[in-house]
Design a protein around this ligand. Structure first.
Ligand code: ADP
Ligand code: ASP
Ligand code: MG
Length: 408
């Protein structure tokens, strides 16, 4: 491990305007002055990515994913250049690069590409010249030199991948909150900052909607045991360390509550109840690169049944188009969708050895008359689908019930 090398990633919230970019530059320079080699990964300014996507949707509801990548990868190119200029202004040498220039090679899965390889030569050369190296997050190129992006929140992935290939001693993720909290601090005012959390729990929290880190980046960090420190770019305080599980973590029953409003439910109605039907439906979904979350198949009383599942809201138009075709092929009664849903989840390693979390969760939701329409569980989490307008209230009641991650 290279003890002198740190990878720092600054999210869009940390570079929202030129004042904030200067603030980031000052922090980068202060680390450089302490003698560290610094590789900085930056996201697009503020809400740029959303704004670019909104522009595209004014042109068409079904844009080509290649062109989406061409469009949204531009956001990060703006911020790296501005940050390099800000570091220059403070009298230090810095150079900015796009993902393609530093050789971040991905597969061809546009808008959710996976990194296959990173060529570190260029970065190493510039570090050796004493420069701060600033890399555009969220992007790479495939083998045909087509620009790809790494899924929303993908700058976290860029940072973790660079920390891995450069053998960095630490990967710091700078954001607008002081670390990982027991729930989204925007929803729960008295949410508590966690000092430490295991990769496994963080992966669940991130997958279930805790936006603070991209789930896939946590997966990779866990695989290669890369320590992550999530902290605020606006304060000097220590944030949250994400590490391997330590013994004391098991004492905590529930460590976080999440909300995801980014899913939609699709129901294929009156599906013939016979072997091979589920394989037909979900085979088509998988072949089209659509990720499914929850699945429910009702009991059939009449030889027909309804099959419901949830997908990312962004995949809904594609899924509906596909299911129309599949529904005709299998002789189903038709399809409907519901965008008005939210998923609330409780996560904690302690669930492995303690029972009763599910019943506590259901009664807490019932106490507020919040109806549950789908449930799914794993070893360390329980998720419920509720009406979207009840999502935040559900998070607050659960946060209170589980004593914000404290011992029960
Ligand atoms: P960045 O631009 O730095 O990548 P994001 O907006 O992607 O920032 O992520 C930070 C946001 O994640 C915070 O502002 C916070 O509201 C939200 N968030 C959701 N759940 C959590 C949680 N459990 N802990 C901390 N932040 C959370
Ligand atoms: N700008 C990208 C996004 O908004 C990547 C990131 O912020 O990590 O998803
Ligand atoms: Mg982010």
């Amino acid at each position: 491990m290279d003890d002198r090398l740190i990878v720092q990633k600054y999210g869009g919230t940390s570079v929202g305007n030129t004042g904030k970019i200067m603030n980031v530059a000052k922090r980068v320079v202060s680390y450089r002055n302490k003698g560290y080699d610094i590789v900085v990964v930056v996201s697009a300014l503020g809400d740029t990515t959303d704004e670019l996507l909104a522009l595209a949707s004014k042109i068409t509801k079904t844009p080509s994913e290649r062109e989406i990548d061409m469009l949204i990868s531009t956001g990060e190119q703006v911020s790296v250049a501005l940050l390099a200029m800000a570091v220059h202004k403070l009298g230090k040498e810095a150079i900015s690069f796009t993902g393609s220039q530093v050789g971040i090679i991905t597969d061809s899965s546009h808008t959710k590409a996976r990194i296959i390889d990173v060529n570190t030569k260029k970065i190493q050369e510039e570090l050796a010249k004493g420069k701060v190296v600033i890399v555009a997050g969220f992007q790479g190129t495939n083998m045909d030199r087509e620009i790809t992006t790494l899924g929303r929140g993908g700058s976290d992935m860029t940072a973790v991948a660079l920390a891995k290939v450069l053998n960095a001693s630490l990967c710091e993720i700078y954001t607008d909150v002081e670390g990982v909290y027991t729930a989204d601090p925007r929803i729960v005012k008295d949410a508590k900052k966690l000092d430490r959390i295991s990769y496994e729990e963080m992966l669940e929290l991130a997958s279930l909607g805790a936006q603070v880190l991209q789930a896939r980046s946590v997966e990779v960090a866990s695989k290669f045991n890369i320590p992550i420190h999530v902290r605020s770019s606006f304060s000097e305080k220590e944030g949250t360390f994400i590490t391997k599980e330590v013994k004391a973590m098991e004492d905590v029953l529930v460590s976080g509550i999440t909300l995801n409003k980014d899913e939609a439910k699709v129901t294929v109605r009156d599906v013939p109840d016979k072997p091979g039907i589920a394989a037909h439906i979900f085979g088509a979904i998988a072949a089209n690169d659509i990720n499914i979350d929850m699945i429910i198949q009702n009991v059939s009383r009449t030889g027909c049944t309804d099959v419901s599942f949830t997908v990312m809201a962004g995949d809904l138009p594609k899924t509906m188009k596909l299911m129309k075709k599949v529904s005709e092929e299998i002789g189903a009664g038709g399809i409907i969708f519901d965008k008005d849903i939210a998923k609330v989840s409780v996560v904690g390693i302690g669930m492995r050895s303690h029972s009763g979390v599910a019943s506590t969760m259901f009664s807490a939701l019932a106490s507020k008359k919040i109806n549950i329409s789908m449930i799914s569980t794993s070893e360390i989490k329980i998720s419920c689908i509720v009406r979207r307008n009840k999502g935040e209230e559900a998070v607050r009641v659960l946060h209170k019930e589980f004593n914000f991650g404290g011992k029960k």
